[in-house]
Design a protein around this ligand. Structure first.
Ligand SMILES: O=C(O)CCC(=O)C(=O)O
Ligand SMILES: [Fe+2]
Length: 186
């Protein structure tokens, strides 16, 4: 497996940084319990309800109404994680004004997209089980593709080319996964 990764997944995209082992297993369990304790809503898009359950803090983007609005403040339990995300991405912690928590139940994924253009940096923490983040970019001769493993307790930072030029997606898993993503405004 590691040889496969070396052959096919490196070099990572310009603008994509990842690092494993940023949380202890105990911290991971605590975060999962906190996410499960908040009221999560099924992601909705054009009248269609996804299996992905989410809640956003700081700013919310409603896909149904395409509206962008301030929402409830980030909860205290996300603050230490935000510190770590900012340190990893070398950003001012106060610039990470939005947090999105997601639970992917078995069978839930996220389709091809770029994050909303109102946001700039995206820093994500993966919890529970490993997933693969796939990237694609249209070229004259078809899609160029990459895929990057997201280990549980790992962090990633999307900026620059990886953030703006490539779409990303996560295929549904047979096991649950949780994520927390922090974003700065453009
Ligand atoms: O679950 C993740 O790590 C990615 C989520 C994502 O791409 C998004 O919310 O825009
Ligand atoms: Fe995204």
């Amino acid at each position: 497996m590691s040889i496969m990764r070396d052959l096919f997944d490196t070099p990572l995209l310009p603008g994509l940084a990842t690092h494993e082992g940023v949380l202890s297993a105990a911290e991971e369990s605590m975060l999962i319990a906190q996410i499960d304790a908040v009221e999560l809503e099924p992601f909705r898009f054009q009248g269609w309800t996804g299996k992905r359950l989410t809640r956003s803090f700081g700013w919310t983007y409603d896909f149904d109404r395409a509206s962008f609005a301030p929402s409830e403040p980030l909860p205290d339990w996300l603050m230490p994680l935000r510190e770590r995300a900012a340190a990893f991405a070398r950003l001012d912690v106060a610039s990470l004004v939005q947090a999105l928590v997601i639970r992917y139940d078995p069978g839930a994924g996220i389709g091809w997209h770029r994050d909303r253009p109102v946001f700039e940096h995206v820093v994500g923490i993966s919890l529970g089980n490993e997933a693969t983040m796939r990237f694609r970019r249209r070229t004259p001769s078809g899609f160029e593709r990459r895929s990057v493993p997201l280990a549980p307790r790992s962090i990633y930072h999307l900026s620059g080319e990886a953030r703006h030029d490539w779409e990303h997606s996560i295929a549904p898993l047979a096991v649950p996964r949780w994520s927390v993503t922090f974003r700065s405004l453009l």
